[in-house]
Design a protein around this ligand. Structure first.
Ligand SMILES: [Zn+2]
Length: 128
C-alpha cells in the first residue's frame, strides 16, 4: 500500500495529535516561521545559473532553500523554487480532509494560552 492511500486521521485524532504537538511547532504553523539567512546567495561550481540561499527558522529550526535563476541578460535573479527540511516531529501526516484545519490548530494554540493564563487559578483550586 502506498502512502497516498493510507487512511486519513479523523478530526478527533488530529486534535489529540495537536495536544501533544511541540509548542514551537504550533507557533510556527500558526504565525509562520521566523526566518533568518544562514547561507547567503551562492551557487554550485558546476551550474552557476542557479543561485540558492538558505534560511533557517530561529524558533523550530526548519530550513528553507530558495533557488533562483540568474539572468545575466537582464541583470535579474528570477525566483525558481524552494525546498524545505523540517525537524523531527514537525510534519503531521495523514491530515483529515476537513475545511478550516488551520482554525482547529489555532484553537489548540488558544487553549494553551488560556491554560497558561489560568495556571495561577488552577493552583489555588488544588489547595482547597
Ligand atoms: Zn519555524
Amino acid at each position: 500500500m502506498s502512502q497516498s492511500t493510507a487512511p486519513k486521521m479523523s478530526i478527533d485524532e488530529y486534535r489529540d495529535r495537536l495536544h501533544e504537538y511541540k509548542e514551537d511547532f504550533l507557533l510556527c504553523k500558526d504565525i509562520r516561521h521566523v526566518w533568518r539567512v544562514t547561507t547567503s546567495y551562492t551557487s554550485d561550481a558546476e551550474d552557476s545559473t542557479w543561485i540558492y540561499r538558505v534560511l533557517t527558522c530561529q524558533r523550530c529550526t526548519t530550513t528553507r532553500t530558495d533557488y533562483f535563476r540568474l539572468n545575466t541578460n537582464f541583470n535579474r535573479l528570477e525566483r525558481g523554487y524552494s525546498t524545505y527540511r523540517y525537524p523531527t516531529g514537525f510534519a503531521l501526516r495523514r491530515l483529515p480532509e476537513a475545511k478550516n484545519l488551520s482554525e482547529v490548530m489555532r484553537f489548540e494554540s488558544y487553549l494553551r494560552a488560556l491554560q497558561a493564563s489560568n495556571t495561577g487559578d488552577a493552583k489555588e483550586k488544588k489547595k482547597k
